[in-house]
Write a protein that binds this ligand. Structure first.
Ligand SMILES: Nc1ncnc2c1ncn2[C@@H]1O[C@H](COP(=O)(O)OP(=O)(O)OP(=O)(O)O)[C@@H](O)[C@H]1O
Ligand code: SF4
Ligand SMILES: [Mg+2]
Length: 328
């Protein structure tokens, strides 16, 4: 099925009421709670929030690559098919083909004892049934597109022979090999220095422009969101607390958590790092989320109801916020 119907742009991915819980003994702890998000074609949608908010688990849930003790519910519709309902065999045909993935830990994602070129060629051999020669030709083309110098030499290098930036480019080449219609990129630039980070992000933007793929870009860095994001979802303690276009979010953040994140983001205004305000407190560990609004213990605008009842999800034009301040 194509992403368009009757002139109306259908999202490439539609996540509906996704919940993810971990079982430990007789207890269930919710790491992702009733998350709904749509990824349009040709757009970069960022998922932001502090460490431990559930960004990676959301990303992994899309590919059903969650830990064994995780329980998933809801719907994850990729071009109309529910990825949570299809067989593992069907899913294997989609992973690495129609959906490309770049993981948070690039060093551990490449096999250290296998040459980089043949590794990047694997999805082409598997999904496109490409011959060795055809796959190699495509990998060399991908390496060139990804800005990897001397592709023929790099093809036969082992991962440890490449710098962090080149390894990440190779990962991106592998994720893009089969021309995915959706790319899941979990913190693809976190481990890299600022110059390389900029180059890698530009590469993602270029690829998005060329192919029109939808991108889910996980990042804790609001500077990255501002630079490349078209849309953004902010997560806190497993809850998508705000969703908006990037422009609208930075012009007027609605949720107190988003306001705190933006105020404490380096690079905003002319503040120096040492004078940046911070949000008091920390994200609650899994299973220790307070009753009511999960952000309530850290929120300077909390109302009496906030410690008692979970806030409603309000739709305000084309954005959404989960906070009692906007309840109607
Ligand atoms: N296998 C697991 N078993 C139990 N809890 C887990 C497991 N994996 C993740 N968690 C917990 O789920 C929560 C969300 O984890 P997740 O990795 O999605 O966070 P994140 O937002 O990606 O953080 P970071 O920015 O550090 O990558 C965390 O509290 C984490 O400790
Ligand atoms: S619901 Fe209440 S505690 Fe939660 S963010 Fe809004 S005002 Fe703050
Ligand atoms: Mg993560």
């Amino acid at each position: 099925m194509n992403g368009e119907s009757a002139g109306v742009a259908t999202p490439v991915l539609r996540i509906r009421d996704l919940s993810l819980s971990f079982e430990s003994g007789s207890r269930l702890s919710r790491a992702v709670r009733d998350l709904s998000l749509e990824l349009p074609r040709g757009a970069i949608t960022c998922l932001a929030g502090e460490s431990g908010c559930g960004k990676s688990l959301t990303c992994k849930a899309v590919m059903r690559l969650t830990p064994e003790n995780a329980r998933l519910s809801g719907e994850i519709l990729f071009e109309g098919r529910d990825l949570l309902a299809i067989s593992e065999k069907e899913l294997r045909k989609i992973r690495g083909a129609a959906i490309g993935m770049i993981f948070q830990e690039p060093m551990t994602s490449l096999n250290p004892v296998m040459k980089v070129g043949p590794q990047v060629a694997e999805p082409l051999r598997l999904h496109w049934k490409a011959s060795k020669e055809e796959a190699k030709a495509r990998v060399l083309e991908l390496f060139r597109q990804a800005g990897i110098p001397s592709p023929e030499i790099r093809y036969n290098d082992y991962p440890h022979q490449l710098s962090g930036g080149l390894r990440q480019r190779a990962m991106i080449a592998m994720a893009l090999a089969c021309k995915p219609r959706l790319l899941l990129a979990d913190e693809p630039t976190t481990a890299l220095d600022a110059t390389i980070q900029g180059q890698i992000l530009r590469l993602l933007v270029e690829e998005r422009d060329i192919s029109g793929m939808a991108v889910l870009l996980v990042t804790h860095d609001l500077g990255v969101v501002a630079d490349v994001g078209d849309f953004v979802g902010v997560m806190y303690a497993g809850v998508l607390v705000e969703r908006a276009s990037t422009k609208a979010l930075f012009a007027k953040p609605l949720h107190p958590y988003t306001q705190g994140l933006i105020a404490s983001s380096p690079g905003r205004a002319s503040r120096t790092l040492s004078r940046l305000p911070t949000i008091q407190g920390t994200v609650p560990p899994l299973g220790q989320t307070p009753p009511g609004c999960p952000f309530q213990p850290r929120c300077s605008q909390a109302l009496p109801v906030c410690s008692r009842e979970f806030p409603p999800r309000e739709i305000l034009g084309d954005r959404e916020v989960v906070c009692w301040l906007y309840a109607r």
